[in-house]
Design a protein around this ligand. Structure first.
Ligand code: NIG
Ligand code: FE
Length: 419
């Protein structure tokens, strides 16, 4: 057989995904984390953008000789993992907030900065002033950095416009970036990211529901609708209005829930059958069970806690409830990390996750939080041909190394996009 897109062969290990034999996600005698399906001295074949074969190098290369492939990669001594999925970012914005970092170090709380018109509201001002070309160029630059760190699918939220015109401009930048950049960009509308300065919360929710959502739906430019359900931002009832209107307009709900306080965002996410509930620093065990029962994927964002100097979310109740715990960078001007490898490091060191759980968090579980259940985030046969060849002998190096990126080569849909 010949002419396939790519053959990656002789890898020291290929991480296919979760070990399907482990139905309860735990393994006797293990460290308590999930088991991975890891193949040693293995090869992966991609054709027509999809994984068509994964297995022992000798058997696979007999069937698919590397010299006949459009691209062959000798991965001797290296590990191959699924391309990382980053399911929660606010990567389309303009302006700089590094001075707020310094203020936070002096003890000024995030919410106080926001209440004084800084934080999100400050980024809104600089974003509204920026040209379409600047917004696109900024976003493309961030996607380059994310790809360098191994991400092949990235969700991007609007939410620094807070008016119909700017929210549409942001989602248009996301659409154009998706067309131009090898990374798959998943668009989320987040007009309910903050209440604009000088406006009343209920009045602004009217604007989101009556003006912004219909305009976004009319252009078909967002797959998800997210809301910042938080004390002094949007209440549970306001958030419900936004998410139900988004759902009626064809957008799947997502919720920023229980970040600074326990307000009820996780319960709301379960109620409205959201794809995910994100942050969850103050979620309870009851919340974890409600999410698991409703198939809402918990997305934890350790970089945010790291940047804020806050306590980390506890993954344990979600694991116990049987939910697939996803991890994301939350990249935004308040959390300047574009590396899912660093997210994995924090998840292990600060939240007690195992390297296997952290890897699933940035791959398969992250894909599930974006409602991708076509094998995305795995290297199972039939999955998208998105993979990372590490400059390292095992997947443990993803969280183990925090001085940079252990990424060597990245393939998107079977095509080398970073070498
Ligand atoms: O997820 N919490 C709300 N939104 C972002 C922060 C955005 C910002 O500070 O600009 C988050 O952390
Ligand atoms: Fe966020």
């Amino acid at each position: 057989m010949s002419g396939v897109d790519a053959v990656v062969y002789d890898a020291r290990e290929v991480v296919v995904g979760p070990d399907e034999a482990e139905s309860d996600g735990t393994r006797e005698g293990s460290d308590g984390g999930s088991a991975l399906d890891v193949r040693e001295r293995a090869a992966v074949v991609v054709d027509d953008g999809r994984v068509v074969r994964v297995g022992d190098t000798d058997a696979v290369t007999r069937e698919y000789p590397p010299e006949n492939a459009d691209r062959s990669i000798d991965a001797a001594g290296q590990a191959v993992v699924p391309g990382f999925v980053d399911p929660h970012t606010h990567a389309v914005f303009a302006g700089d907030r590094s001075d707020e970092f310094a203020a936070k170090l002096r003890g000024k709380p995030y919410q106080e900065i926001l209440a004084e018109g800084g934080g999100i509201l400050r980024t809104v001002r600089s974003t509204r002033e920026a040209s379409d070309e600047t917004l696109l160029a900024n976003l493309l630059g961030h996607l380059d950095a994310m790809l360098d760190h191994g991400s092949t699918t990235v969700e991007v939220k609007s939410g620094y416009g807070l008016d119909t015109d700017t929210e549409l401009r942001l989602l248009d930048a996301v659409r154009r970036a998706d067309e131009r950049h090898p990374v798959d960009v998943v668009p989320t509308f987040m007009g309910a990211h903050a209440v604009p300065e000088g406006q009343d919360g209920d009045d602004y929710v009217d604007r989101v529901v009556e003006d912004q959502i219909p305009a976004v739906a009319d252009q078909g430019v967002a797959e998800f609708c997210d809301v910042f359900c938080e004390e002094d931002v949007f209440s549970v009832e306001q958030s419900r209005r936004v998410l139900e209107a988004g759902r009626a307009a064809g957008m799947t709900p997502k919720v920023h829930a229980e970040e600074f306080t326990h307000l009820g965002g996780a319960g709301l996410a379960a109620d409205v059958d959201a794809a995910s509930a994100d942050h969850l620093l103050h979620a309870s065990a009851e919340d974890a069970r409600a999410l698991a029962e409703s198939d809402v994927v918990p997305v934890l964002l350790p970089g945010t806690a790291f940047g804020l100097g806050a306590d980390y979310a506890d993954p344990q109740p979600f694991r116990e409830a049987g939910a697939p715990v996803a991890l994301a960078t939350d990249f935004n001007p308040n959390c300047f990390s574009r590396s899912q490898g660093f997210t994995a490091t924090l998840a292990c060191v600060e939240m007690g996750m195992t390297p296997a759980d952290a890897l699933l968090g940035v791959t398969r579980n992250a894909a599930l939080s974006l409602s991708r259940d076509d094998g995305s985030g795995t290297l199972r046969e039939g999955a998208p041909g998105d993979l990372v060849v590490l400059d390292a002998p095992s997947h443990v190096h993803v969280p183990y190394r925090f001085d940079g990126s252990p990424v060597d080569t990245v393939l998107k849909d079977g095509v080398v996009v970073r070498d």
